[in-house]
Ligand binder design. Structure first.
Ligand code: FPP
Ligand code: ZN
Length: 523
């Protein structure tokens, strides 16, 4: 077959596929594409795909899909993929083909040029983020629901309704609230090692103070109802700013009352008054309480049992009991369990097995079985596995004695203690392969990151692709290591980002500052 003529060892040299993957990544659909391609020799084909790739990355516009791979196309060429394939199967083949095209670009590229191709475009990302920050500067008006959505969705100007969205996760979970935009942009900025000036910092603190409900908690905008997800975003933003005025602007007593008022009799938390209860709302509540040093037995009661009841037969965690396992909820459930020190209630080996199996042939993660790869799961799934590296390999039984200790348990140092633990194993995912997906398939050369080839960049994916990249880079750290070794950072070492605290997804140094600040006083 023609595709076999492409020499495989070059890709192998960039990313040694050790565990799940074959020596070289060439998915079956690449055979199809090569067989209908124009170029006549393997080298010519590799170079024509190289230039197509660069063109599409440079324009930052999604490349047009070729009609024979368009899953919605009913033309007879669509049948070349097989007349009996479902829409999802066709979409999967299309993604595999696009990703294969991108990776094939590296075939024959000399090592010193590979490093260029794998470079993190820091300046461009900062430029893209700064554009968003400047909008924040304009008193946040431009980031109201209608405007904020421009990076995620298109609005019909007549009805003011969403007519098209680019990422359902971002859309349904985050509701375009402005604290989320603050968090995505400022956290990305801090991962890149950038600080904001004091004028902008003051505006952000002032704006978030206006989102803070007088009874506690944060809303998506001034005068709106407080919500756990926006509360999480606002608190993480203020911790990321890390100044005295940012940290002291949080009403911790009010926050404790708000979290208690969201608590439901069986242990879970409601997202907002009369809102839904799920693993995500539990994580938001627990993460915020832990960061602010207001976590106590009253807030923790029943959370472990609720989250354990969301773990499915597959091993991952679903939103609610009996829902499908999903990477987003798996991260939330696992992180919350660690923060309340009840991780033994989960079937950990089964969870690890499920998450590790979500890293696919494209080298990135999917969110759930039989769905498409997406750059944002680099964090949700990657961080879940990074968390398990620090846990004892097997779940332990809880004794009666241990559960009685819980009633008087001090939760204030769990985030610190967790980072002191050494890794029990090496990474349980392919950390170099994932970096390859993030840099080559999600990174936009003009700045920002996207879900996958053929999608637009947005701040949500920029935040979670960078967070996932940081998780990968630091996943091999051993006791006493100050920085990751060069062999664990794909591309030039200048790609190295700041380290994140995987339980909260804030930069580690910012976490330490906040921890010290909130340890000083009780609320
Ligand atoms: C802290 C916090 C708010 C965490 C959120 C965690 C998170 C990302 C959850 C995902 C939930 C969900 C319903 C995804 C399905 O989207 P989809 O069907 O568009 O995507 P898929 O095909 O990849 O499953
Ligand atoms: Zn996504």
């Amino acid at each position: 077959m023609a595709f076999l003529e492409i020499p495989p060892p070059k890709i192998h040299a960039i990313c040694t596929i050790r565990r799940v993957y074959p020596i070289v990544f060439l998915p079956p659909s690449s055979r199809l594409q090569l067989s209908v391609g124009q170029a006549s020799t393997p080298k010519a084909r590799a170079f024509s795909s190289l230039s197509r790739h660069f063109k599409s990355m440079e324009s930052s516009q999604p490349p047009l899909s070729s009609s024979h791979l368009d899953p919605t196309s009913n033309s007879d060429s669509g049948d070349k993929l097989g007349p009996h394939l479902t829409v999802t199967q066709k979409e999967q083949l299309k993604v595999e083909s696009q990703v294969a095209d991108i990776y094939r670009c590296l075939v024959g590229v000399p090592l010193h040029r590979q490093s260029l191709v794998l470079e993190l475009r820091r300046e461009k990302h900062i430029e893209y983020l700064t554009k968003g920050l400047n909008q924040l500067g304009h008193t946040f008006q431009v980031l109201d629901a209608k405007f904020a959505s421009s990076s995620l969705a298109q609005f019909d100007p007549h009805t003011n309704c969403i007519v098209q969205y680019h990422d359902l996760n971002a859309l349904i979970l985050l509701c375009f609230s402005r604290p989320w935009l603050c968090y995505w942009i400022l956290h990305s900025y801090s991962l890149l090692g950038e600080a904001v000036d004091s004028e902008l910092e003051g505006r952000v603190v002032d704006f978030l103070s206006r989102c803070q409900d007088k009874e506690g908690g944060y809303a998506g905008g001034p005068g709106q109802m407080p919500h756990l997800a926006t509360t999480y975003a606002a608190v993480n933003t203020l911790v990321t700013l890390g100044t005295e005025s940012a940290l002291s602007s949080i009403n911790r007593k009010g926050m404790h009352n708000f979290l208690l008022s969201m608590k439901e009799s069986l242990g879970g938390f409601r997202m907002h008054q009369l809102g839904e209860i799920d693993a995500r709302s539990c994580y938001c509540a627990i993460s915020v309480a832990s960061l602010l040093n207001i976590l106590d037995a009253e807030l923790v009661r029943g959370v472990g049992e609720y989250i354990a009841s969301c773990q499915t037969y597959e091993g991952g965690i679903g939103g609610e009991p009996h829902s499908e396992a999903h990477g987003g909820y798996t991260f939330c459930g696992l992180a919350a369990m660690i923060l309340i020190d009840e991780v033994e209630k989960l079937d950990l080996p089964c969870l690890i097995n499920w998450v590790a199996s979500r890293q696919g042939i494209e080298l990135g993660f999917q969110g759930r079985a039989n769905k498409l790869v997406d750059g944002c799961y680099s964090f949700w799934q990657g961080a879940a596995l990074a968390l398990t590296q620090k846990l004892a390999p097997l779940a332990k039984e809880v004794s009666e004695e241990q559960s009685s200790i819980r009633a008087t348990r001090d939760y204030s140092d769990l985030g610190i203690e967790f980072m002191r633990r050494c890794n029990q194993t090496g990474p349980l995912f392919h950390h170099l392969a994932l970096q390859q997906y993030i840099i080559l398939c999600s990174q936009i050369l003009e700045g920002g990151f996207r879900d996958k080839p053929d999608k637009y960049r947005d701040y949500y994916h920029t935040c979670y692709c960078l967070s996932g990249l940081s998780i990968c880079q630091y996943s091999c750290m051993r006791d006493g290591d100050l920085r990751p070794s060069t062999s664990d950072v794909l591309g030039p070492y200048s790609n190295l980002l700041e380290q994140v605290h995987p339980l909260y997804n804030v930069v580690l140094d910012k976490f330490y500052t906040a921890h010290k600040f909130f340890s000083r006083s009780s609320f």
